[in-house]
Design a protein around this ligand. Structure first.
Ligand SMILES: [Zn+2]
Length: 251
């Protein structure tokens, strides 16, 4: 039986607080003022960062199913004043819980950017969506920005988790040839997401692109926060049953 890879994105990212836009069924009405923060108009944020106690429950569920999920962490929280607060400082209990799980080889840590957003353009707008600025590695940004964000995020994550971080999960599936150039000299050997770099499909040297359309169950901490343990158990049960069926077909 082949189980899919499980990946959870947006750990530590302030996108969960500041990416706010309305449900398309109610637009433009749903983008006005606080409406975009309230169900059923809300499409993304705000929602809460997971606590250490919540993680202990989710980690136990993964353990029961012998699943080692990839945990894609954004290395800093960007606050209202555009200050960058490293993940271990902003969420020490959560960070320590994940560190202990990584030390037990129960999770794999991936890099989900330094900020997840364009700093300074990340705050909610009065009457429109800010979604396009909750992507980090936009091709329109200078090479220097790509390089600085990759290097700084790797430094924070590798120092705290005390291991090489070998996978990048670009926020919002957006990355550029500049991001690829920024990876040179780092420990990142894999980029996992739904789209290749914006500018070219050329082969990369020393970096493997993994298309997550197949064989990867990907979601965000948002689903865990909003729907909790029953939701995760249901997703795992479905993935296991699909895995069993495909194994039977292969056999
Ligand atoms: Zn993300």
């Amino acid at each position: 039986m082949s189980l899919p890879i499980f990946r959870i994105d947006d750990i530590g990212a302030s996108t969960k607080a500041f990416e706010q836009y309305g449900n398309r069924w109610f637009r433009p009405f749903s983008n006005f003022g606080p409406l975009k923060r309230i169900p059923p108009f809300r499409m993304w944020g705000p929602y809460q960062e997971l606590t250490a106690d919540q993680w202990l429950v989710f980690l136990q569920i993964f353990r029961e199913h012998h699943i080692v999920p990839i945990i894609a962490i954004t290395a800093t929280w960007v606050d209202e004043n555009s200050h960058l607060i490293p993940f271990p400082e902003k969420f020490p209990d959560e960070a320590n819980t994940l560190k202990q799980a990584a030390d037990r080889h129960e999770i794999i840590i991936a890099n989900h950017g330094l900020t997840h957003c364009v700093v300074g353009k990340h705050l909610p707008r009065p009457c429109s969506s800010n979604r396009s600025f909750h992507r980090e590695f936009l091709p329109t940004l200078d090479q220097e920005v790509h390089t600085q964000h990759i290097c700084a995020s790797q430094k924070i994550l590798e120092t705290f988790f005390d291991r090489p971080i070998e996978m990048l999960v670009p926020p919002g599936n957006v990355w550029s040839i500049k991001t690829y150039h920024a990876l040179q000299g780092t420990n990142i050997k894999k980029i996992m997401c739904s789209r290749h770099m914006v500018e070219t499909h050329e082969e990369m040297e020393g970096v493997q692109f993994i298309d997550d359309h197949k064989g990867v169950v990907r979601f965000h901490d948002r689903e865990l926060c909003l729907f909790g343990e029953p939701w995760l158990r249901r997703v795992i049960t479905q993935a296991v049953s699909v895995g069993e069926n495909s194994s039977r077909m292969e056999a």
